[in-house]
Design a protein. Structure first.
Lengths: 307, 379
């Protein structure tokens, strides 16, 4: 899943840069090694930010300015034409684009919601109950993640055909769940493991049913884990290309990554349009991440890693 | 409030027997301490009463109603946990209010009750804080408050003071005792600190290896331990226990250690020792050992090992044969290591146990107390 990895990286690399003014001044004086660290981070930042900046810059140019030599960073006559064209349902391009957007939102949201509904009780059960075959099951949940996703393309393709889901968006939702659930369950289990069972016991003695104890005490405490899991699942569905390309043939059902590719072949010369579409596609992921990165980091440090 | 009965309570985890047929009567309004070494099944017993884990066998009654199959929420018990188990995402007010909310109490009444409880425990100013913003002692009060805020049939407490520093522990011990006396609450209190048990409880249940060893008042347990385990567990410093052979003679007899030391027995004690298999364990508390600087009839020679002045009194550790024993003397007692001394065990306070069965050899006529008898039958 290189696509998702790439879009996860920018906000993470941005984080230290934003924190810089607040870090204690001592840090700068310390050592040449520290300086080296900062240089490295700056390099990483450059590496991730430049393409994004270039994308935004191009999306504001005219078609002609976009292929101008030598290239310029700041467009001389910036315009939002491409954005209005993509987002207005009046034109053909806009209609198409908005369909892709809607499809992506639907597939990603469905993956996220169903994923949570399944992962939460599963992780809780793995964490709290002992049952025959528990360790075996938990291990087998993780086995999926040991293979690259593409390995499953053909088997899943055959499976979807047999189930008459080929061409339906449900084939994608099911596939993304297959890939997303193991990590979700693993991440959430780490969270539940760190919540002392005495809390639930106390709640049950205080008059809660087993389920109320879970809903009122455990669930709120695992909120960071839920958020992180949700973001992960959403991004996974949002960025996925290979399966979306293989399982969906009907244009009205296609998701953004595949839609973008169509744009690329159909409007090959319209770089600003392509960049504007790319930018719109990356916005939800970046915004989600910036809003919730606090939870995400907490989830990775408090939940899974400690375990 | 209500009394509580445990009848043949039995719990196994796979092949581990955690609680082995424990029977216990807790009267209404009684404070019962459950003591024993780590892993002896105290917490398991408490959780069984609370309904947090399932009985393998036996019955638990609250009042005269069997509660075996009731859900914890329907048992109407309150519990204080060792690690307090405060809800970390709720502030103190909401922690105290939670049990009331769960029982569907009205907002106004919840408010009044929480504030009243907070006042009693002097945590009124802390109501808006989250548990992590409280000191250990304050957290402990909140945990207690959450149990006190409603009127449960009985309280269960699992080492509620063990996370506090020594000074606070003594203070909270007094507060807990006072609160029990004011409310006449039925309390089942788990601790591995026998000091806590002796100072607070109406009755003490001593457990070891999942088995109830003895159940009785602190005095009974202290004065008449039924076996060597209870004798060694209750009391600080621990009772001196030393193995010896019983040798009969005219007008009594004596016990002889394997290294040859001999201590005479009174006629009564000789009769007790005579009921043994021949080998006995002699038990004597530090306060019942008398120390002399010169030989006397009825004493046995020993050497000072070390002297520990504590302020109120001085502990004298001494070597008798190969064993180290301890006696307590006046605060101004001083001696150098290896000084020769002569010790005498008080015949009226001598504990004798059969070395094979480790059971007490009681004086005939002084029948064991009720609880003691029951505990021995159960064992
Ligand atoms: N969930 C469990 N699974 C298996 N064995 C258990 C479980 N809980 C407790 N035990 C075992 O049961 C025995 C009693 O445990 P318990 O927690 O009741 O001891 P305790 O007297 O409370 O000890 P401590 O003073 O250390 O708290 C121990 O041998 C323990 O290992
Ligand atoms: Mg315990």
């Amino acid at each position: 899943m290189p696509a998702s990895a790439a879009s996860v990286a920018p906000p993470r690399a941005l984080a230290p840069a934003r924190a810089r003014p607040r870090t204690k001044r001592r840090r700068f004086q310390v050592t040449p090694l520290g300086l080296l660290g900062w240089l490295f981070l700056a390099f990483l930042l450059l590496f991730t930010v430049v393409p994004m900046a270039w994308m935004v810059s191009t999306s504001l140019k005219s078609e002609f300015a976009a292929i101008q030599q030598p290239p310029v960073w700041i467009p001389s006559e910036p315009s939002l034409d491409q954005y209005t064209r993509l987002l207005s349902p009046a034109g053909e391009t806009g209609r198409q684009f908005l369909t892709y957007l809607r499809n992506s939102v639907w597939v990603s949201l469905a993956t996220t919601v169903i994923g949570l509904v399944v992962a939460v009780p599963a992780a809780y059960a793995f964490s709290r109950f002992t049952f025959p075959g528990r360790d075996m099951l938990f291990f087998s949940v993780l086995v999926r993640n040991m293979f690259p996703a593409v390995v499953f393309l053909i088997p899943l393709f055959i499976l979807m055909r047999r189930m008459n889901l080929y061409g339906s968006q449900w084939s994608l939702i099911l596939t993304y769940l297959t890939f997303g659930l193991p990590l979700s369950i693993w991440l959430l289990k780490g969270f539940y493991d760190n919540i002392p069972p005495e809390l639930e016991r106390a709640a049950r003695i205080d008059g809660a049913t087993r389920f109320q104890a879970f809903r009122l005490i455990v669930l709120p405490l695992s909120a960071p884990g839920l958020v992180a899991t949700a973001i992960y699942a959403f991004i996974q569905g949002w960025n996925e290309y290979v399966y979306a390309r293989t399982f969906i043939t009907d244009e009205s059902k296609m998701t953004m990554p595949v839609g973008l590719e169509k744009f690329f072949t159909e409007y090959a010369s319209n770089w600003p349009g392509l960049m504007a579409a790319s930018f719109i596609m990356s916005v939800p992921v970046v915004v989600l991440f910036l809003l919730l990165q606090r939870y995400f980091v907490q989830a990775l440090t408090e939940g899974a890693v400690k375990h | 409030m209500a009394g509580m009965s445990l009848r043949e309570v039995y719990k196994t985890y796979d092949d581990v027997v955690a609680v082995d047929r424990v029977s216990l009567e807790v009267e209404d309004g009684e404070f019962v301490a459950l003591v024993g070494p780590s892993g002896c099944g105290k917490t398991t017993t408490l959780n069984l009463v609370a309904g947090l884990i399932e009985l393998t066998d036996g019955d638990i009654l609250l009042g005269d109603r069997a509660i075996n199959d009731l859900d914890p929420k329907d048992r109407d018990l309150a519990m204080v946990f060792q690690n307090y188990a405060l809800y970390p995402n709720k502030n103190v007010f909401d922690n105290l209010a939670f049990p009331l909310k769960m029982r569907g109490m009205k907002k106004g009444e919840i408010d009044a009750r929480v504030r009243k409880t907070a006042d009693i425990l002097s945590i009124g100013p802390l109501l808006d804080r989250k548990p992590r913003q409280l000191s250990g002692g304050q957290q402990q009060r909140v945990a207690l408050g959450r149990a006190l805020v409603r009127n449960p049939k009985a309280f269960l407490m699992d080492e509620p003071l063990s996370n506090l520093d020594a000074k606070l522990r003594v203070q909270m011990r007094a507060e807990l005792k006072r609160f029990h006396q004011e409310l006449r609450a039925t309390v089942l209190y788990v601790t591995h600190d026998q000091m806590e048990a002796v100072t607070m409880a109406d009755k003490i249940a001593v457990m070891s290896g999942g088995v109830l060893q003895q159940y009785g008042t602190p005095d009974e347990i202290y004065e008449r331990p039924v076996n060597t385990f209870v004798a060694g567990f209750i009391g600080s410093p621990a009772m001196n226990l030393t193995r010896a052979a019983y040798v009969a003679a005219d007008g009594g007899g004596f016990v002889r250690g394997s290294e040859g030391w001999e201590h005479p027995l009174s006629a009564v004690n000789a009769e007790r020792a005579g009921r043994s298999s021949g080998e006995v364990v002699v038990g004597i508390r530090h306060s019942q050992v008398r120390i002399y600087r010169e030989a006397r009839p009825g004493t046995v020679a020993a050497q000072v090992y070390t002297v520990e002045p504590t302020g109120d009194l001085t502990y004298v550790h001494f070597r008798l044969g190969g064993q180290l024993l301890v006696a307590s003397e006046d605060a101004d007692f001083r001696a150098a290591p290896d000084d020769p001394i002569w010790v005498e065990f008080d015949q009226d306070h001598l504990h004798l146990f059969d070395a094979t069965t480790e059971q007490a050899l009681f004086r005939i006529g002084a029948a064991a107390a009720n609880g003691t008898e029951r505990a021995r039958e159960g064992a």
